[in-house]
Design a protein around this ligand. Sequence first.
Ligand code: FAD
Ligand code: SF4
Ligand code: SF4
Length: 478
Amino acid sequence: MAEVMLQFTHLPQKTPEKRPVATRRADFEEIYKKFDAVAARAQSSRCSQCGIPFCSVHCPLSNNIPDWLKLTAEGRLEEAYEISAATNTFPEICGRICPQDRLCEGNCVIEKGFESVTIGAVERYITDTAFEQGWVKPIRPLRELPHSVGIVGAGPAGLAAAEALRSLGYKVTVYDRHDRVGGLLIYGIPGFKLEKEIVIRRRNWLEEGGIKFELNADVGGKLAFQDLRARHDAVLVATGVYKAREIAGPGSGLKGIVPALDYLIASNRMGLGDKVPAFESGLLDAQGKRVVVIGGGDTAMDCVRTAVRQGAKSVTCLYRRDRANMPGSLREVTNAEDEGVVFDWLAAPEAFLGDETVTGVRAIRMHLGLPDAAGRLSVDPIAGTSYTVEADLVIKALGFDPENMPMAFNVPELTVTNWGTLKVHPKTFMTSLPGVFAAGDIVRGASLVVWAIRDGRDAAAAMHEFVQVSAGMAQAAE
Ligand code: FAD
Ligand code: SF4
Ligand code: SF4
């Protein structure tokens, strides 16, 4: 069936259809429709089956992309699902929210001249279909082990590790301070990129496989970290990064200037049917307001597009670099522009105006200078270019740092890096505390879901080795 492939020379790239702007601006449903079977087969057949697949090399999970594309093109979807699921715990989630333009698709060899294979959309299609067809079975370990592991954090890193360890037969308990499973997948990333049912479906699947969740469990607060260590043979810390970077400057304490995650969590909770007093009082609701979002990453993009859906009067994004040098996905910028967001590139806030409540942002024009050691261009203000953007709600989306580790867990022996992230051995993922491992954003700093999954899977393998070696040594000593 090899002749089915290599169709890229005459078959153009086709991404899944987007819902019309007018409808999608009015709700929080995903904007991309699912491929139908015909489109998924055709788009998969564009792959040239490279000997060295750069798509896989640039996928953090080293997914076997050419294999599942070929199987999809041949209509062998269940096999495609098995191969996709072997390297990725949540393929349908990555297919939706990975910045593919910077990862697999951006490195597809046919990208030059023919536009890449639509890898993410096919990956999503395969696993969504597998769920619909009942091919996704609950985890059933070959044997049950007597050992237990505790995982702090029910985000993608913690959940990927939980799945891998449960598959090996461990008793797995995941603790989270929130009342729902998913970390930023449930409370950070809005439904128009990832519908909540997709995350809930995975929670149910993990529970059916025997993974236990203890929610509303604030480790380091109500639940002492050392008690948790005593309960389990090994512990994984996958708590993410949540301390919002602040903006200094006159007026930064005015009412109506809010952190991005407070704003997004409130919006996601409202969508899930919760009562959110700060939203209902208007503080975290953009309806009818002139909204200014400060920042240029994924979080800023999610805020501007949430504000549009809440019925903001206008939405402006202020970013100090230009479009080509922003950290967020360009696909999301285009989506935001289509939905009516105004991007004010090369602009930074100088001061916030207003008496008690914010009424505007005084901004200044920036220019790009020489690159630093990491290759990032410096940015400097241009004297005499200040101007005012009117605003009733200002959302600060400048990124996140780790929360006060190690004191948040009250264990001073837990070593951190200069950036406040947890220090782990690069191969074993173990922290300075024996039997305590760490993965995801709390180790890397703010990153991507696909990297969190990769780290969770790798840390799980290292924990397995640690527990089995420790158990063997204990047996030998008896
Ligand atoms: P998290 O997802 O943050 O999960 C950590 C969990 O630990 C949380 O549930 C938290 O409640 C829990 N926790 C923390 N402290 C404690 C404690 N003391 N006790 C108990 N539980 C605790 N990445 C992409 O790839 N694509 C995107 O489109 C994208 N969009 C994003 C949009 C936003 C708004 C944000 C903020 C991030 C986005 N990211 C995106 C980044 C991505 O969400 C993160 O890199 C990823 O979720 C990190 O996974 P994690 O498991 O390490 O941490
Ligand atoms: Fe691409 Fe992400 Fe899927 Fe890897 S996991 S193939 S980077 S969409
Ligand atoms: Fe197929 Fe592109 Fe990957 Fe080559 S790089 S195997 S063409 S998806």
